[in-house]
Write a protein that binds this ligand. Sequence first.
Ligand SMILES: Cc1ncc(COP(=O)(O)O)c(C=O)c1O
Length: 310
Amino acid sequence: MALTRGATEALQILIAGYNRLRRADVVLYADLDYDSAQYAMAMLKARRGVTVKSFAIPEPTTRASVLDTYRKVLDETPTARLLLLTHLSHRTGLVLPVRDIAAMARSRGVDVILDAAHSWGQLPLDIADLDVDFAGFNLHKWIGAPVGLGFLYIRKGRLADIDVHMGDQDWSAHDIRSRIHTGTLNFAAALTVPAALDLHEAIGVPAKRARLTHLRNYWVERVAHIPSVHILTPNDPLMHAGISSFRIKDKTGQKDTAAIVARLRDEFKVLTVRRGGLAAGECIRVCPAIYTTEPELDRLVAALSAVAAS
Ligand SMILES: Cc1ncc(COP(=O)(O)O)c(C=O)c1O
């Protein structure tokens, strides 16, 4: 592991630095993957001469449909070499069955770069158990460290497959610190990481997860009867944590979702975020924190009832 300024920097280094690509290779990503990680994957066409292929995760989303989608894409793409996977989507909160997809990829000679920006801290996460060799993490999201902190992970034995960053000469090429040359780091922030981890562990992942899924289920259950509100995130407890997204029927354009977000904010004082990039149209994301309260979610439920009725 080596500290970075966030998951973006970690993923950019892993994607751009992955040096096993040859011209005939294909690299793969899905519509739900994070924008800047998609950009870096797309850049590999110019940088490495590879073919870039993207695909959509189907709606409604189930564990079986996700696994089928990845299996089909991998089977259809025998020259695939690299796959981007997002553990917990920033668009819909979908949690992917990473271990199963990574095993499918590995058996076909495809390496996985895992985007764990949102998952670690919301969910129990054991990188050995997920069995991926490369991953980018945040410390400044669900771990609660100050902004500007994340890290990259490269499995021991795979370091040579990621280029030394910017020709770094401060560290040996056998030392992972040669894979990130940031310049002057905000080391005061970095010094707080142990305190952030202590707090994270004192609360504990099971308690954080239970709180977040309780808050998520609280609002989702209370709007489920509204016919025009479609929840995009599966109720399967293995496929979500705290984040979930919805659509109001037929309101899938950017103007529509921006107007709903503005109304929720201005009229009801509820902060949501519009998210584009999904093949099936825009959605609106609801992201409670562990300190969000039920009365606050009651405001969201009332607001969604009013918005759906108008
Ligand atoms: C899924 C996902 N990946 C990567 C990132 C990038 O994280 P950061 O902006 O902290 O570098 C984010 C940020 O929101 C994200 O949601």
